[in-house]
Design a protein around this ligand. Sequence first.
Ligand code: SAM
Length: 257
Amino acid sequence: MKKAISEYRTFFREFRQTFHTTGAIAPSGRVLARAVVKPLSCHQVPVRVLEVGSGTGAVSKEIVKQIRPGDWFDLVELNDRFVSTLRHRFATEPDFQRVADQCEVLHRAVQEVSTDTKYDYIICGVPFNNFPISLVKEILRHMSKLLRPGGTLSFFEYLWIRRFKSLLANRDERRRLGGVGVVIERYLSRYEFQCDTAWINFPPAMVHHLRVESSNKLESDGEPTARTIRAGQHYPPLRPGAPHSESHHARRGEAHR
Ligand SMILES: C[S@@+](CC[C@H](N)C(=O)[O-])C[C@H]1O[C@@H](n2cnc3c(N)ncnc32)[C@H](O)[C@@H]1O
């Protein structure tokens, strides 16, 4: 209990001081953390896992439970206070200690992680909706280079967040949010194979799982134009029949617009 309070306190302090990159008022709850880690639970052979934006380790805690002999787990985190918290957890908490010699905490931006190493699973928690469109594209492109062909990229977004922010935003901010939505939606329409909703979280969130067959494919995201952003239009899927079910798509579209 004491540990959880200290985790929340650290997170809330960073929310106030570095809102732009922290992007949330509290760490992910257990339901959300489990939902975003779900694809990892099926792995049979040794895998490499990358968590992007680990924060205080709410999702990492669920990932370390899935790490088996022969696996490797890298955590990349921008914020030095979060990095200290994560390293402390690997030194002191049994679930983390169990796999500490198969894990590394990298203190840097994900865009600076070398693409020489490829990962089977990338689990991302960065707050895309706080970033400029160009940064969202850069991070998604870079993660696509880090992903082994056929690997899985999972990330979450808080429900209705773009719509809610847009209500309070000026024209430039609405344009930025629209552009972020267009970029993300384009990736989802091509590569998402499953999405889940974590209602029991503050705020509730939608979890997306994408499978990318070739590491070049995610890179070919086009520029959203002023027209598509203004009109709130989405890019058409470039690969008709991309692996998503209609119900996923419909639920997701309703949730974010
Ligand atoms: C919404 S918090 C998520 C924290 C944690 N994954 C969770 O679910 O509770 C976003 C995290 O992403 C980190 N972050 C933001 N931009 C990043 C970047 N470019 N590279 C690595 N980490 C980043 C922030 O410092 C913050 O810890």
